[in-house]
Design a protein around this ligand. Structure first.
Ligand SMILES: Nc1ncnc2c1ncn2[C@@H]1O[C@H](COP(=O)(O)OP(=O)(O)OP(=O)(O)O)[C@@H](O)[C@H]1O
Length: 339
């Protein structure tokens, strides 16, 4: 395990931001800390980075107890939503910064062979990094001459420059528009597949976490609700909160199911289906969303493809029979919830 968080608690005055959090984050994976605003994700990330100290518990990074280590001794790279850049320095200089301050004897020694070697090495590394984040052609620009997405890529190159053991990203694409966000998240996934550095990123966007992460840690009200792969969380949510947070949920025959995990028929099926009437029908892109009122007065939301809706010749007023799809993933029935 790359990062072991054990029994971490954090209060701000009377407010409990983290309550006895224990999580293991595997080496080389992309892990998302996912949850609603104010749940404690950033606080946990900042504790891993050493920017905040835990009141209780320990943090180990690659087998070393980092609980009391200052941030610069933890070998972590950090990228925030609003990234602090050196505005007067070129993109290449921004990326080189961390490498230059690490180069030995920088200020004291004149231009010796050692320093020349360092310079060549740094220049080569910066070129590699800019190539990795697809910014080679912008090396000489100032940060202000980059788009928001390009700036965040520069921030990632800078964080990766010092070859961190762990890369920590706090809503790195949060301030960008939806389309750029989507592009960057695909890009982050590809980048991670290339460099394999253990990466932890904070997001409140479930789609982002489901698409990008190898593993997701769901955090709510200072506690870990569930840890698992995107499939595990989506198909086998541990509780109501996780099920509702990771996708839309509706109720059919007292069971909580995903709206696209409902079979729709226009004749009474052989199975024990709930009969109802389509009261609303909305087309959203390739999907059709139905509101069905059942004979038992349940309001059920159903999502199906446009082609399927057309095949069934559905419209407002159609009579339909609904049953949970046989292969449906997530389902939590009312009795389990009550227990
Ligand atoms: N320095 C601080 N002083 C007081 N309260 C704080 C401080 N930092 C965080 N908090 C509180 O702790 C709680 C958790 O904050 P945190 O930033 O970890 O949440 P989050 O899950 O990252 O939310 P968001 O997605 O909105 O960033 C919040 O209620 C926040 O107001």
């Amino acid at each position: 395990m790359s990062i072991e968080i054990a029994g971490v608690g954090k209060r701000f005055g009377d407010f409990v931001a983290l309550d006895d959090v224990s999580v293991s984050i595997p080496t080389g994976q992309l892990t998302a800390l996912l949850g609603p605003s104010g749940g404690g994700k950033s606080t946990l990330l900042r504790i891993i980075a050493g920017l905040e100290s835990a009141d209780t518990g320990t943090v180990q990074i690659e087998g070393t107890d980092a609980t009391k280590l200052p941030p610069q001794k933890r070998n972590v790279g950090f990228v925030f939503q609003h990234y602090a850049v050196f505005k007067h320095m070129s993109v290449a200089k921004n990326v080189a910064f961390g490498l230059e301050i690490r180069a030995p004897g920088k200020a004291r020694v004149p231009l010796t062979a050692q320093r020349r070697d360092d310079r060549t090495r740094i220049q080569k590394r910066v070129e590699e990094l800019l190539d990795l984040v697809h910014l080679s052609q912008f090396a000489d620009r100032l940060p202000a001459q980059l788009s928001g997405g390009q700036r965040q890529r520069m921030a990632l190159a800078r964080a990766l420059a010092v070859e961190p053991t762990v890369l920590l990203l706090d809503e790195p694409f949060g301030a960008l528009d939806a389309k750029v966000r989507k592009e960057l998240r695909d890009w982050l996934r590809r980048l991670h597949d290339e460099v394999h550095v253990t990466t932890v990123f904070v997001t409140h966007d479930q789609e982002e976490a489901l698409e990008v992460a190898d593993e997701i840690v769901v955090i709510n009200e200072g506690r870990v609700e569930q840890v698992g792969t995107p499939d595990e969380l989506y198909d086998e949510p541990a509780n109501d909160f996780v099920m509702g947070f990771l996708g839309e949920v509706t109720t059919l025959d007292g069971q909580r199911v995903r709206p696209h995990d409902i079979d729709v028929e226009t004749t009474p099926g052989t199975r024990d289906a709930a009969q109802g009437e389509v009261v609303r029908m909305l087309r959203i892109g390739f999907a059709v969303r139905l509101n069905v009122r059942t004979n038992d007065s349940e309001d059920v939301v159903v999502v199906l493809t446009r082609t399927h809706a057309r095949t069934l010749d559905l419209d407002v007023g159609s009579r339909v029979w609904l049953s949970p799809a046989a292969a449906a993933g997530a389902r939590l029935d009312a009795t389990v919830r009550a227990v």
